[in-house]
Design a protein around this ligand. Sequence first.
Ligand code: GUN
Ligand code: ZN
Length: 443
Amino acid sequence: MTELLIRGRVLTFIDEPQSLDDSASYRAVEDGAVLVRDGRIAGVGDYADIRRQASPDVAVADHRPHLVLPGLIDTHLHFPQTQAIASYGAQLMEWLNTYIFVEEQKFSEPEHAAFIAGRFMDELLANGTTTAAAYCSVHPQSVDAYFSAAEQRGMLMIGGKVMMDRNAPEALRDTPQTGYDETKKLIGKWHGRGRAHYAISPRFAITSTPEQMEMASTLVAEHPDCHVQTHLSENRDEIAFATSLYPDALDYTDIYARYDLLTDRTLLGHCIHLSDREISALAETGAVGVFCPTSNLFLGSGLFDRDRFDKLGARWSVATDVGAGTSFSMLETMDEAYKVLHLQGQRLSPLNSFYRMTLGNARALGLQDHIGSLHVGADADIVVLDSSGKSAMELRMRTARSLVDELFILQTMGDDRCVAEVYVAGKAMKARKATAGRALELA
Ligand code: GUN
Ligand code: ZN
């Protein structure tokens, strides 16, 4: 049995905060601790109480005065776009054709896929993200690279090969049959192996023929415990193109509905320009709209209307959408989310931001029993945040008067410099990386 006691200012959510003084929605323990036993959480609470539950010789990682939170969760990004962040001057369709469909061709090469997969996972961890749902490229070997890199680090990751059989370069196209066969094989190989979760991933209606959508539908019916991920209603030209390809559908959302792709395990990137009818269709099926603020601003796509999602009872989550998204940091993402909502007269409270990055996103993925909150039995995926990680933050923190002030400073000014430590299944990953770095220097 291995045990570790992580000491610090523990913060974890119990439910979605309804207001700035909804103290019942979270648990904050000033001198708190999390007891980790064999990769799982065995106790959470006051340090003095939890210390008594641990073995007398337990190792203690003392992170005071930093905050100890559940690891952050990113519900939508693209691992083959890691080196294509900051590609200049284009909106969605031109950006895909000019930059992304060129970049993704490199992932036919297993060495390249393995190299980027390792860097991708390390970048997530450096930013305090312990779980993410990512698209791989069309190549099955990119999925092998992705889940191998996650497995080496012990991370709970969701992913899948994109299925695309039209409107993409020949080198990035599969067919309805090969897309089905390869996905099926990858599900057999990876889904449920360790902490890997497979996501069936038709990229979007534009790059799949009706025949491929039919095959995706069959895969979803055959594997109801897999996630489904695709894109919906990001950009006006995209919407016009997608609906022209499926003239019988009522609207863009109805294309996916017709192939039974809207389920409570479906993640729909963007969802910016939806009608009330479409949002209500998501609400009825439990499908999740994924808000990607840095991406939506970067590509000039539009503003996610969170209030309409809430009003119509539809679920939503938050994500970076790297490489249209401009940062791996969920803190920077929530900073932009705040601004996108503010532009529309909507408010995102700091409590809600931190709920969204943790328990909210875990619920969106249906993984709340395992990740997203610090509770006994949960996986010990934990981030330690330093609210004075930058000099300007240290100065600003001197005037902070409450936990809410501190969280807002963290989300508005914070980035990877605020991640003091990150634990994956109870293992300290910053320490691991430093050791790996030293081994490289010595070699
Ligand atoms: N729509 C279809 N593919 C993509 C992608 O890779 N990124 C974004 N932002 N939108 C998409
Ligand atoms: Zn995307």
